[in-house]
Design a binder for this molecule. Structure first.
Ligand code: ADP
Ligand code: MG
Length: 290
């Protein structure tokens, strides 16, 4: 590839809102055969909102405890919980011993009671029996929502349903990628059922769900070991290693600085629709050169 041609391709791409960090990225993008899409904030809007609450404590009390646990969490789910509590005019107490457990949830102590909030696997890890709440969580997940469990002193006391709408352009983008002969896979830390419902809505056949933050990069490496040339598209706080491992890491520019730092390509305005265009530009540029 001649530097001049790369420059023309890159600047044409920039006009369309794609920023190539290095010239090799354009070439690498022209050769990919596999696209991994992160779920939260990539194919979804990344604006989760509380939609359901099943509680043995009363809704306001459950939400008060959940919001107290999420007070210092940077997770997108945390904001949804805090906003719901604020909307109900609840006064949020301060927890002791707050800890965020990446990929699992959060924990803390309030009025001498130990509290946990997070994924099913957090409850399983801590030996919390889920009882009646499993059926409600399953129903939420079947609709593509995230079910978050609340436990008090080792007993499950509530399940919260949190919905993050799918981006309007996402299904068409997946279709465009398939039409270009690319294999598309959804990758997420979220529950299997939730991920499957989102994948179904988008026409994606391959799903890696319940992936721990540090394991996203390993999924990329495993595919590369099979000879695949992989693009990873993400924006999440934890996606840096996967973006760096991929043959091309593409970050939605509305995402965190950490993710963009590790990425080869930034797609401006968080617009997923620039992805097929970026691939076309790369393929066209390299075809012109060779
Ligand atoms: P993603 O791939 O969507 O970024 P994460 O690895 O951040 O997923 O989180 C995986 C799962 O862990 C979430 O779907 C949620 O169930 C749980 N979780 C993580 N952090 C929190 C939190 N602060 N509050 C509630 N649940 C959480
Ligand atoms: Mg994340």
């Amino acid at each position: 590839a001649t530097p001049a041609a790369i420059l023309v391709g890159s600047s044409r791409a920039a006009e369309m809102g794609m920023l190539f960090r290095k010239g090799e990225a354009l070439e690498a993008l022209s050769r990919i055969d596999t696209v991994l899409l992160d779920k939260t904030g990539t194919v979804t809007l990344g604006r989760p909102a509380l939609t359901a609450l099943h509680s043995a404590l009363g809704d306001d009390e459950a939400l008060r405890l959940a919001a107290a646990l999420e007070a210092d969490s940077e997770h997108p789910l945390a904001r949804a919980v805090r906003e719901a509590a604020t909307a109900r005019g609840l006064v949020i107490p301060t927890v002791q011993g707050f800890a965020a457990i990446p990929g699992y949830g959060v924990r803390g102590i309030l009025d001498g009671h130990s509290l946990l909030l997070g994924a099913r696997r957090l409850m399983q890890r801590e030996g919390v029996a889920l009882g009646e709440f499993v059926a409600q969580a399953d129903a939420l997940e079947a609709r593509g929502q995230t079910a978050v469990y609340l436990a008090q002193d080792g007993a499950c006391v509530a399940v919260l349903g949190i919905a993050d709408p799918i981006k309007p352009e996402a299904a068409a983008v997946v279709q465009a990628l398939h039409r270009r002969g690319l294999s598309v896979t959804l990758v997420t830390g979220d529950a299997q059922r939730t991920a499957q419902a989102v994948a179904d809505a988008l026409g994606i056949q391959q799903v890696h769900a319940e992936v721990l933050p540090q394991d996203k990069a390993r999924i990329v490496a495993d595919l590369q070991a099979q000879g695949r040339r992989v693009a990873f598209v993400g924006e999440g706080l934890n996606d840096g290693p996967a973006l760096a491992q991929a043959d091309v890491g593409l970050a939605l520019a509305s995402g965190t600085d950490v993710a963009i730092e590790a990425a080869d390509v930034s797609l401006a305005r968080g617009d997923l629709a620039t992805l097929p265009t970026a691939i076309d530009t790369a393929r066209h540029t390299l075809r012109t050169i060779h």
